[in-house]
Design a binder for this molecule. Structure first.
Ligand code: GRF
Length: 216
């Protein structure tokens, strides 16, 4: 069977993109990165992708009259590159309903909190302000409502008394780099089924298969 052709959408530094690229380098990886696409021409991730020999594209949102036209261009670029599956990796544009439905169950995102807690921005500062003892990160299928959709993998990250938003973000990011490639692999191996808006992982008998608990 051929490898799943993946498109990664980014807007910035692209460290999760890099983790996905690195994991797809292994010969037994079930997925390959066919395209990295950024809406920001200056995104640092574009250079990292090019250095890794991955085709890159810029679709600049400012070149389009509205979100529908921008999303249509995104869609064309992805399909034109033979992309079958989309990974959002720090992509900072809200996607239209149409686009989300076109890629329904074929598009995943990484979010730096234990969803459904703390959707949206500034998750680490909000977790600290709320006084929660754990935060973490989530890989989930994308639905129209921001940061919702069936959860594939989560990692819990304990919050230390001395943490600030930056120190917490750094530890959560390490966990992100572990779970995003893992979640993509599960999907590309055909082990993930969505039943009633829950993602069920075939062969994941032990909770350790879909929950990562980094050591504090
Ligand atoms: C990550 O924290 C990710 O969870 C969030 O945006 C950030 C992107 O960072 N969606 P990077 O571009 O992958 O380094």
């Amino acid at each position: 069977m051929g490898k799943l052709k993946v498109g990664i959408l980014i807007s910035g530094r692209g460290s999760n993109m890099q983790a996905l690229i690195d994991s797809c380098r292994s010969p037994d990886a079930p997925a390959e990165i066919a395209l990295v696409l950024s809406n920001e021409p200056t995104a640092a991730g574009l250079r990292r992708a090019a250095e890794a020999g991955i085709p890159t594209r810029v679709v600049h949102h400012r070149d389009f009259a509205d979100r529908a036209a921008f999303d249509a261009a995104l869609h064309r670029a992805l399909v034109g590159a033979g992309v079958e599956f989309v990974c959002l990796a720090g992509f900072m544009r809200l996607l239209t309903n149409d686009f989300v439905e076109r890629w329904r169950d074929r598009m995943i995102n990484i979010h730096p909190s234990l969803l459904p807690a703390f959707p949206g921005l500034n998750t680490h500062a909000r977790a600290l302000a709320a006084g929660v003892r754990f935060t973490g990160c989530t890989v989930h299928f994308v639905r129209s409502e921001m940061d919702t959709g069936p959860i594939i993998v989560q990692a819990a990250v304990p919050i230390r008394p001395e943490d600030n938003a930056d120190s917490l973000a750094a530890r959560v990011l390490e966990a992100e780099h572990r779970i995003y490639p893992y979640a993509l692999r599960l999907v590309a191996e055909g082990r993930v089924t969505i039943i009633g808006e829950r993602a069920i992982i075939a062969g994941a008998e032990a909770p350790g298969e879909t929950l990562f608990n980094p050591v504090p």
